[in-house]
Design a protein. Structure first.
Ligand SMILES: Nc1ncnc2c1ncn2[C@@H]1O[C@H](COP(=O)(O)OP(=O)(O)OP(=O)(O)O)[C@@H](O)[C@H]1O
Ligand SMILES: [Mg+2]
Length: 325
């Protein structure tokens, strides 16, 4: 049986480039252009596969794809060890552009909103999900334009019917609707996503209060509030755990959130307790910022950072669960 289903309704082709300095008007000669697949659910699946190592295959990828760029996306995805479920759309998969400015170490990210999809196209995805057995359903990323705001709420219901744990990393109206529905197992907001949800700015304490309230009202069982370079906080019915970020050389923040989610779900799916899974996610988030451009996180980095974090918290872990099963 397939373990973890990763859903991406608005995938991207990511083009990353390097330039000495970003300037107006003049042609900028960029170097080291790379092309990658992206989009929340796809990134989470890439992390799962990275953690699984040589054995491969522990991720079903469900994606809406169309147009000539969709063919490039499909070709790239087929080369990865995924169980692929590509559902067609009329629109073209968007192309995101990342530019790394070598003189300053700054990164610029240009992300188009993507195509407009139809209700029928979304319904086809949901139908595909109905027939996929899963222990975890992970929905990550923005909804495409045209998708009804309750799309993630509907996926939450499908997960509930299948007895799967629903994991959500989303924002805006789609997030609000999914929370109104409730029954989310793991919700991973950033501070700004929670701020948008409540409509005003929050400090960490106030954000944790919002999260605790969501847990108390049964909207989500576990909330991992990630705070970028300030680490993360885990909130559930038992209380709150705050962990500082692991200090690493920062190269590119792309995919830190998805790496966090992928690693945390991986650990949970391997039977690890919540606190350890949380720490594992934190290690993967840190590992992700060490890698350039659209590279996510490397297995060896995650394991080394996690092992160190375990020692620091006085909870040594032999990590035998990572390579097993
Ligand atoms: N500069 C950093 N140094 C160390 N760890 C980091 C850094 N930035 C992020 N992380 C780790 O990655 C986790 C997730 O990052 P972050 O909170 O930025 O996610 P996000 O806002 O969802 O990002 P995105 O959606 O852009 O990928 C953080 O909780 C932290 O553990
Ligand atoms: Mg995020």
């Amino acid at each position: 049986m397939s373990d973890i289903v990763c859903i991406t309704l608005n995938p991207t082709l990511d083009l990353s480039n390097e330039v000495d300095r970003v300037v107006a008007t003049h042609k900028m000669r960029v170097r080291n252009q790379r092309q990658d697949v992206g989009g929340g659910g796809i990134n989470v699946a890439r992390v799962l596969v990275e953690l699984k190592g040589e054995a491969g295959g522990e991720a079903d990828v469900v994606v809406l794809s169309g147009g000539a760029t969709g063919q490039l996306l499909a070709a790239a995805l087929s080369a990865m060890p995924f169980k692929l479920h590509i559902l067609p759309m009329q629109g073209e998969v968007r192309i995101a552009v990342m530019v790394y400015e070598t003189e300053t170490g700054q990164e610029y990210r240009f992300v188009p909103e993507g195509p407009v999809v139809s209700a029928i196209e979304i319904d086809r995805v949901l139908l595909a999900l109905e027939s996929l057995p899963a222990r975890y359903m992970v929905a990550s990323g923005s909804l495409p334009r045209g998708a009804a705001p309750d799309t993630y709420a509907r996926i939450s219901r499908i997960a509930a019917r299948a007895g799967a744990r629903f994991v959500l990393d989303a924002s805006g109206e789609a997030l609000a609707a999914a929370l109104a529905e409730g029954g989310i197992y793991l919700f991973k907001p950033s501070l700004s996503e929670l701020e948008r949800l409540v409509g005003h700015s929050l400090d960490v304490q106030a954000a944790a209060d919002v999260a605790s309230d969501l847990v108390a009202r049964g909207k989500a069982q576990v909330i991992a509030l990630t705070l970028g370079a300030d680490g993360a906080m885990l909130i559930n019915a038992e209380g709150r755990t705050r962990l500082p970020a692991i200090l690493v050389p920062v190269r590119s923040a792309v995919g830190a959130g998805d790496s966090f989610v992928g690693a945390m779900v991986f650990a949970l799916s391997r039977g690890q307790a919540l606190q350890r899974a949380f720490r594992f996610g934190l290690a993967a988030g840190a590992a992700a910022v060490m890698t350039p451009g659209t590279d996510l996180c490397r297995r060896a980095d995650i394991l080394a950072l996690y092992r160190q974090a375990c020692l620091d918290t006085g909870d040594p872990d032999r990590l035998d669960w990572v390579s097993g099963g």
